[in-house]
Write a protein that binds this ligand. Structure first.
Ligand SMILES: [Zn+2]
Length: 476
């Protein structure tokens, strides 16, 4: 935090390292691509960042599909939360506690020293080592394991946060939580549950406890600090996302913390199961104990039914939900997806179109609508919508994959191969990305010399080749 922090990587270097880190993760882990879940976590994260001393630093939030209990802050403000950890939370405030703690690690530059120790390494090497340390060996098959193990030791010592770092992240995290309208008591409450659930010390499933050493003393400390804050007037009532919108464009819709959280957690559970049948059974039974609210149960039932191919059940439950609460975007998306599955294409398209009129360029709605347009053989409209979304909010693997499909169907094969190249690149498959750009270049050369797209493809190809070279050096 002192003057020495200024000597660390430039923001440009840190951004490049952050991007290399994400490519490494995508190559070895499954990130949750579902646009609603991704959007929810981003919005929650940005709402908290807006209450921190973020001083313009970039943040990105994403969900890792893994039953390992973990959350981590990587270089470049990339904060990941595992689906296993989300499943262990019982309220939005508890999930926000973990994010606030990780945000504090970033704002307080806690991993800067460890990142600095990788300065002499190539980007892929640095990214692989940081990923191996943050995620642990059993979760990530990260590059050359032996090499990573050999060099990881010293980095590990610098990333394994010291007790004072952990206390500071808790303290700053509590401030962020309180300022965003959450009850700071959610933090010690969740930490306590995590420690109890881990049972044995060193339980390998609880990766979070290895990188963020959690003791009963630390929890007690955090609890007495949390007690000093007043209890928020409305439980789990996040403040309006004013600064959030400034950060990431207009998001549309109003947050309704408790229900939105419960719906996202339920969808995540349905999507991360290999077999939807047990959940389908569970959600068929009304919860007499009152543990699961009725709309949440119906929502889970509908998504599980969709996954299991029971379109009639999905459609019936989605209709009920949307009729009772017509302004909730999650229900409109569910209903439109059920309509698509039932072959009611026109209704689904019209539903998405109307929703997007209310929330223009809503990222989840836009991606679902684009997918539906492709299915309805209207690829040009899909490509235009995706292009606009890309321009305004940046790309993701899902966006590029849909864009490639839409451009291909619309007959622009050059654009399709360029989009596919970006898709592969984000996923860390650099050789495939280069192949796609070479195909695009060859197609253009057949068409016409001097096409302005040629220069852009060439420039991008040089970037990919450079990265490929570094990655090759790392594996030898
Ligand atoms: Zn920590």
């Amino acid at each position: 935090m002192g003057a020495s922090a200024q000597a660390y990587l430039s923001s440009e270097q840190e951004r490049a390292l952050g991007e290399a880190f994400m490519r490494t993760l995508r190559r070895s882990l499954h990130l949750v691509e579902d646009p609603e879940i991704a959007n929810y976590l981003e919005n929650l994260g940005y709402r908290l960042v807006a209450r921190s001393e973020y001083s313009g630093r970039e943040f990105h939030f994403f969900v890792v599909n893994s039953q390992v209990i973990n959350a981590f802050a990587g270089p470049g403000g990339h904060i990941g939360v595992h689906s296993g950890l989300i499943a262990l939370t019982e309220s939005e405030g508890e999930l926000a506690s973990v994010l606030a703690h990780e945000i504090a690690h970033v704002t307080q530059r806690h991993i800067a020293r460890a990142v600095e120790a990788t300065r002499q390494m190539s980007l892929p090497m640095a990214a692989a080592i940081i990923a191996a340390v943050l995620l642990g060996a059993q979760d990530a098959q990260l590059g050359s394991a032996a090499l990573a193990a050999a060099s990881a030791g010293s980095i590990q010592r610098q990333i394994n946060f010291t007790r004072s770092n952990e206390r500071e992240a808790d303290r700053i995290g509590l401030q962020i939580l309180a300022s965003a309208g959450y009850d700071p008591r959610d933090m010690p409450r969740f930490f306590q549950r995590m420690l109890r659930a881990s049972g044995l010390p060193e339980n390998p499933l609880f990766e979070f406890l290895r990188t963020h050493p959690l003791t009963t003393a630390r929890i007690a400390d955090t609890r007495s600090r949390a007690e000093q804050y007043p209890v928020p007037e409305q439980a789990a009532g996040p403040s309006p996302p004013t600064t959030n919108e400034a950060l990431k464009g207009t998001l549309g819709g109003t947050p309704d913390g408790a229900l939105d959280y419960a719906l996202v957690k339920t969808k995540l559970e349905v999507l991360s199961r290999h077999d939807p049948q047990p959940l389908l059974q569970r959600y068929r039974e009304p919860d007499e104990s009152g543990g699961t609210a009725e709309p949440v149960r119906r929502y889970g039932l509908a998504w599980a039914a969709l996954r299991a191919g029971d379109t009639a059940t999905a459609l019936r439950e989605a209709w009920r939900l949307a009729a009772a609460d017509p302004h909730r975007t999650a229900y409109q998306i569910l209903l439109a997806q059920a309509e698509l599955a039932a072959g009611q294409e026109a209704q689904a398209l019209e539903r998405y179109r109307r929703q997007l009129e209310l929330s223009p360029l809503h990222p989840a709605l836009s991606l679902y609508y684009a997918q539906a347009l492709i299915q309805a053989q209207r690829p040009r409209e899909a490509a235009d919508l995706l292009g606009e979304l890309l321009h305004r909010r940046g790309g993701s693997p899902l966006l590029y994959r849909l864009l490639a499909r839409a451009e291909n169907d619309a007959g622009d094969t050059v654009a399709a191969h360029r989009a596919l190249a970006e898709y592969y690149f984000l996923n860390g498959e650099t050789a495939s990305a280069i192949d796609q750009l070479r195909i695009a270049r060859a197609l253009l050369q057949d068409l016409e010399e001097g096409d302005p797209r040629l220069a852009r493809i060439q420039a991008r190809l040089e970037v990919f080749k450079q990265v490929f070279l570094e990655e090759q050096q790392q594996s030898h």
